[in-house]
Design a protein around this ligand. Structure first.
Ligand SMILES: *Cc1c(COP(=O)(O)O)cnc(C)c1O
Length: 230
């Protein structure tokens, strides 16, 4: 019951934020981040109608995807190594969210060509400019935009970010706004419609919705506290 109650609360929170921001009801997708949680927990969310799930480690996803009903859709939200790209494409993810360099995008493009498929991806942007973090810098993404959009076999659906954790959800707003404004700039430049903005997690998803998120990635607020010891 717990998981279904939490899901209900998050969906209500999304709907309220959509309304506050004057956005179309239902314009935000809830990605339930199930990393570290067992299939029994994910099935509880499934029983409540949830179909969109996110995992951040490929190996863990490869174990869970076949154990869940086939109408689930899975996003890989964690970093992807180039030597795992073929495996990730074979797993049938609906989206690879954390494509964080031109080099990785080129690799996915090449292997998608070999496997005769199109990979739906998001480009990860390092919105707060910490050097240690994954992702394109906003300037770097603009510089490499023409190279990225020329790659065959990729459907670049939009942008994603994982800003540094903040004490107060409001403090994440500038990062979310940066991502939205960057997407607007790239849309104006063309040639892609870039419909998706993946941003916002358990503690700040309502702020992300107000700033234009189309996908929020919520884990612990649905499934509970994670235990990484297993
Ligand atoms: C774990 C994770 C989330 C979910 O985090 P919560 O705080 O549990 O909601 C979202 N995005 C990414 C990339 C993650 O790895």
């Amino acid at each position: 019951m717990y998981i279904q109650d939490q899901l209900g609360e998050i969906k209500a929170g999304i709907a309220a934020a959509e309304q506050r921001a004057g956005r179309t009801p239902g314009s935000v997708s809830l990605l339930a981040v199930s990393k570290t949680f067992p299939v029994e927990d994910i099935m509880q969310a499934y029983a409540d109608g949830q179909r969109l799930f996110g995992e951040n480690r490929l190996q863990e996803a490869l174990e869970k995807i076949p154990a869940m009903p086939a109408d689930c859709r899975w996003h890989l939200i964690g970093p992807l190594q180039r030597n795992k790209v073929r495996k990730a494409l074979a797993a049938g993810f609906a989206m690879l969210q954390a494509v964080d360099s031109l080099r990785l995008a080129e690799c996915i493009s090449r292997i998608a060509g070999e496997e005769d498929c199109t990979a739906r991806i998001l480009l990860e942007v390092n919105v707060d400019g910490e050097e240690s973090k994954h992702g394109f810098t906003p300037e770097g993404l603009e510089e490499e935009w023409d190279s990225l959009t020329a790659l065959p076999g990729l459907d670049i659906c939009g942008l994603m970010c994982i800003p540094a954790p903040t004490e107060n959800p409001e403090d994440a707003r500038p990062a979310f706004r940066t991502l939205r404004q960057l997407a607007e700039k790239l849309r104006a430049r063309g040639p892609l419609p870039l419909p998706e903005l993946s941003m916002g997690m358990s503690h700040d998803y309502t702020v992300a919705v107000e700033e234009g998120a189309t996908i929020v990635r919520v884990g612990s607020a649905i499934f509970g506290k994670r235990d990484y010891s297993a």
